[in-house]
Design a protein around this ligand. Sequence first.
Ligand code: ATP
Ligand code: MG
Length: 419
Amino acid sequence: MGCFRCNGASVLEEDTDNTFEKANDQARAEKAKSSPRGSTKVLDVRNEDVSESKRLNSETDGLDSSGTSIDGKTSGTHAQTFTFDELAAATGNFRSDCFIGEGGFGKVYKGHLEKINQVVAIKQLDRNGLQGTKEFIVEVAMLSLVDHPNLVKLIGFCAERDQRLLVYEYMPLGSLDKHLHDLPPNKKGLDWNMRMRIAAGAARGLEYLHDKLKPPIIYRDLKCSNILLGEDYHPKLSDFGLAKVGPSGDKTHVSTRVMGTYGYCAPDYAMTGQLTFKSDIYSFGVALLELITGRKAFDPSKGPKEQNLVAWARPLFRDRKKFSLMADPMLGGGYPLRGLYQALAIAAMCVQEQPNMRPAIADVVTALSYLASQKYEPSIHNIHTSSKNRSPSNIMTKSSEDKSTGHRRLMRDEEVGGS
Ligand SMILES: Nc1ncnc2c1ncn2[C@@H]1O[C@H](COP(=O)(O)OP(=O)(O)OP(=O)(O)O)[C@@H](O)[C@H]1O
Ligand SMILES: [Mg+2]
């Protein structure tokens, strides 16, 4: 597969090629069924160099999204304006028991808006100067234009005096990171099928930004805390405050100040400040790795070699025998071995050092949709245990059980290399 090359990892290529072939067949069949891409949106977002200063000068005057059009028709989410008093009332004056969480730009509260009779999430941006205002303007402009089942809906905003608030649809299950890391002892972790569904959904959200919007958008802040979960763990990407209109014409990148989150930032972008669609692919790969391994993108509580997830994973990618050691222990061995290989193969390709070696998002969507469609049934398939805590008799049993599922080869590899 041309765009899914992977340096020196024949193991990955073997499984991945298989995955992509099957997935491509499925995708072709689905494409034939679906209607032509008449729904492609045309965004009225100008090149950022020009627009940023204009936006800043005009502050919130230009935030009305009603001028956005697809083929001349008004489109996109129509962001409503709310008064500060309405939002204060919705949250009991930003009461602490309505507080959901806090990020780099401010606090998030859950509230009920009488005016529209809807439960919402309200982000109150810190009032500390230009940066917040700029993020606010970009986010409102971007979010009010995009419309996809895997992107969080912006319901409205408040820009009264120096107050800046964003009103989003409320995502009842919160952010993905809370389901992967530091779980309280009584909380059940996500199972394998759910993880693959979340990964595929998040990839579809990114595909919309990269491939369906005109002009396309580089997201720039893909991470597990920005993948929010709705009913039945339906994933949506949130926070477009850092998004950029993609390069136009012959250009391959947009030059920016380096922004993003440690552990997720592509090395090429961090070093050069040149933002490309492949910067997002790297971040996506990190989030996928978190889903598979349960580890954090960056974890200062770990030893120096394990703090950065990609640095920890890279040497393991080269050794098929180590793959099952990478699976999140919270899965309790409940994953399909082939599916684990394939998911790791996709992640490995996304986090390659060379940006041009990383796949396009459309290929990632195809591969992950295929993986998500392959349901893992613990009652039918085997529960895997790491070779560390498996007795030889246990391994023998599993090897023979696995004959029909194609898992046997790895079991034998594990025995050979068992640590
Ligand atoms: N629409 C929403 N519905 C439900 N919970 C939300 C919503 N938006 C945000 N949250 C919660 O609030 C927390 C803080 O979100 P916020 O976006 O401010 O910070 P972050 O994503 O952790 O970091 P960053 O500021 O870099 O994006 C999230 O982790 C999430 O749990
Ligand atoms: Mg966020």
